[in-house]
Design a protein around this ligand. Structure first.
Ligand code: NDP
Length: 290
């Protein structure tokens, strides 16, 4: 593509997502707060490490930062040029997406919320699920730009709808994580072999992404590799809860789950993976899941 792309935020996800862009764009600019990461990216993938002022003047700007507040602060300080599309892959807040669409109108630029799912392995392979909120015509203009790192790209609705779907997805992950932890602790306390239990459940109706992937790859082997930080999951459950409460729905299970994940995040060691939420329950029961 003769258009210039830029990627803002080369964290666990962004570093890998941006690596796919040279497949489709002749010029790929990268910026990161810790600039050495941008320089390393440029050396590794043939991208170009630039200042934030330069990055935000690209035709298509991707961002993947921890929170909507981080993204908003950059957009307000360094608004894009007329005709540009800002594609925000952060797991953010629906209200922020609506604010950014309105804010960018004065610059004749567009904004899409386009959070991703598939973890760092999906980012590396370029198979992420991208759930996009925003104007249909803008989505259609942006779709090809997203393809290099996507397995599925789905336009899910108005501005903020992508962030809403992502938050609910991660709330479901949290619910499954906590429920599986309690269930497997009960099995262990009753003398059941956890590997055998996992094998049965993974061909039964109680299976989930947690039993198929998280428990075997992170929990039962006690690896807890840091690829998705626990405070980020706590942020996402908070967004999902707010979404339900904003339309005055009762939220008994979502509130409880948000509370548990928030407590786990506040009490966990710094730099804990999301799967380490299990350790909070282990500290109560004195039973280790292995
Ligand atoms: P990381 O913590 O690995 O990376 C965060 C990135 O944001 C770093 O490049 C960091 O720069 C930068 N950053 C942090 N604060 C600021 C700021 N105030 N201004 C500018 N840059 C900043 O996060 P992830 O890549 O894991 O997550 C990014 C987003 O993607 C989050 O919203 C997360 O919820 C979501 N996500 C994460 C997944 C995962 O598996 N990790 C999966 C799907 C979505 P520096 O290098 O200087 O610290």
């Amino acid at each position: 593509m003769s258009l210039t792309a830029a990627f803002v935020g080369l964290g666990a996800m962004g570093y890998r997502m941006a690596a796919h862009l040279p497949k489709s764009f002749d010029q790929v600019l990268v910026w990161n707060r810790t600039f050495s990461k941008a320089q390393q990216h440029a050396e590794q993938y043939g991208t170009q490490a630039v200042s934030i002022e330069q990055a935000t003047q690209a035709d298509i700007i991707f961002s993947c930062l921890p929170t909507s507040a981080d993204v908003e602060s950059i957009i307000r300080q360094y608004p894009p040029k007329a005709g540009a599309i800002w594609i925000d892959c952060t797991s953010g807040e629906p209200e922020s997406a609506k604010r950014m669409v309105e804010f960018l109108k004065q610059y004749q630029a567009d904004y899409l919320d386009a959070p991703v799912s598939g973890q760092t392995i999906g980012a590396e392979k370029g198979t992420l699920t991208v759930m996009v909120g925003g104007d249909t015509a803008v989505f259609e203009r942006a779709q090809t730009a997203i393809e290099p790192f996507a397995g599925l790209i789905k336009h899910v609705g108005e501005p903020g709808a992508g962030f809403a779907v992502k938050a609910v997805n991660n709330m479901l992950l949290a619910v499954h994580l906590w429920a599986t932890t309690e269930g497997f602790t009960a099995l262990k306390a009753n003398g059941v072999d956890l590997q055998s239990a996992l094998e049965c459940i993974n061909t039964s109706s109680g299976k989930s992404g947690v039993t198929e992937n998280v428990f075997p790859q992170r929990v039962l082997n006690r690896h807890f590799p840091l690829t998705f930080a626990l405070p980020l999951l706590a942020k996402d459950t908070g967004i999902a809860l707010k979404l339900a409460q904003s339309v005055k729905l009762p939220t008994p299970l979502l509130s409880l789950t948000q509370n548990l994940i928030q407590t786990a995040s506040l009490t966990a060691a710094p730099d804990s993976d999301f799967s380490a939420a299990v350790k909070l329950y282990e500290s109560w029961t004195k039973i280790t899941l292995e």
